[in-house]
Ligand binder design. Structure first.
Ligand code: NAD
Length: 358
């Protein structure tokens, strides 16, 4: 929902440094901000295995968009960008984000998510201190975090909120929790105007094929077996990435300094229900001759160590205070995502391998 402040005056009213803008959520955020017309975007991304410029083709020729390949921990590069581009807000999404990879190799998660965030905070603090008047009042450092920092929930009606205690379970969620603590400390100790958001699992176009929904869609499209951890009972609260991008802009523009916001769609589904829904939607759209139903391809595999049972978000605060609400329900959002993968696979310009790495 656009607010009066969102739409003040023609042309860009802010320049935002988006870190990790070549990732799944970051690229959706860049597309959203450029489409909106009110924001200049400087996208700083290291282009790790998780980053791709393909998802940014729509914005790359906009005069309000610039891509810079680089590391958030490169203090002199970040300082130059903050100064030379007159940055009004940092939206920090760059991270190592895959839980399974954090179990196999946690070191890079500590380096990027904790040390990288520290370097970015220091550069942002120097920049903010150099600003005066309106520019100083407008500046925000927005840390994009996860609901996984709160640990897991039992199978009841409890939900995470901004007040939930931190109980991270995996190296990934522990590193994001540490980053949240650093961001809050830079606010309390140095006065840096920060905002934080903790969101639930995202889905939508251009997600890396290691994650549950794209992995299942792409394997099911090819008629391959569909691995599901444990007994598939783990529950996640699914948020469409475009809904999330709108929430992030709202928080960056209107969030109160020092505040955090829990972002979710009230769409809780077990992993097995998600996989079954993908099977049924694909059977309708692209039936296979080799199998009667893609549900027959489901295979339960050894569970992930320390696999959290359930995540669920209570988004009442962002709904009440900032007027944001999720608009994309899960079933139509999932169907649209499947249609996107089918179009990508059918397109000669965009061969399936680009986002369908399994
Ligand atoms: P992603 O893994 O798809 O993208 C991360 C991006 O960061 C990549 O483009 C990568 O190249 C870049 N990057 C990594 N290290 C970097 C560095 N040192 N310097 C600059 N760039 C670097 O992640 P995503 O799914 O888009 O998630 C974005 C953010 O949202 C992350 O901080 C993640 O913790 C958080 N989050 C994600 C989800 C989700 O469901 N995907 C849910 C909650 C929170």
């Amino acid at each position: 929902m656009a607010t009066a402040r969102d739409t003040a005056g023609p042309g860009p009213d802010r320049t935002v440094l988006v870190t990790g803008g070549a990732g799944f959520i970051g690229s959706a955020l860049c597309r959203h901000l450029i489409r909106g017309g009110h924001t200049r975007v400087i996208n700083l991304d290291k282009l790790t295995y998780a980053g791709s410029l393909t998802a940014l083709a729509e914005v790359e020729s906009s005069p309000r968009y610039r891509f810079v390949q680089g590391d958030i921990a490169d203090r002199s590069l970040v300082a130059a960008l903050l100064r030379d581009e007159s940055i009004d807000a940092v939206m920090h999404l760059a991270a190592e984000s895959h839980v399974d990879r954090s179990i196999d190799g946690p070191a890079i998660f500590i380096e990027t998510n904790i040390t990288g965030t520290f370097h970015l905070l220091e550069a942002a603090l120097d920049h903010w201190r150099s600003l005066e008047g309106e520019a100083r009042a407008r500046f925000r450092f927005h840390h994009i975090s996860t609901d996984e920092v709160f640990g897991d929930l039992p199978f009841d009606d409890s939900r995470f909120s901004e007040e939930s205690p931190y109980r991270p379970s995996s190296p990934y969620s522990a590193s994001k929790a540490a980053a949240d603590h650093l961001v809050r400390a830079w606010h309390h100790t140095y006065g840096l105007p920060v905002v934080l958001s903790n969101c639930s699992n995202n889905y939508g176009p251009y997600q890396n094929a290691e994650k549950l929904i794209p992995l299942t869609i792409t394997r099911a499209m090819r008629g391959e077996t569909l691995p599901v951890y444990g007994n598939g009972a783990n529950v996640r609260d699914w948020l469409h990435v475009d809904d999330h991008a709108r929430a992030l802009e709202t928080i960056m523009r209107n969030g109160a300094p020092g505040a955090s916001y829990a972002v979710g769609a009230r769409e809780e589904h077990s992993n097995i229900a998600v996989v079954a829904a993908i099977c049924d939607l694909l059977d309708e759209r692209a039936p296979l001759v080799s199998v009667r139903s893609r549900r027959d391809l489901i295979r339960f595999v050894t569970d992930r160590p320390g696999h959290d049972r359930r995540y669920a978000i209570d988004p009442a605060k962002i709904e009440r205070e900032l007027g944001w609400q999720s608009e994309i329900r899960f079933t139509p959002g999932l169907a649209a995502t499947i249609d996107w993968y089918l179009r990508e696979a059918a397109s000669a310009v965009q061969p399936p391998g680009t986002f369908l790495r399994a």
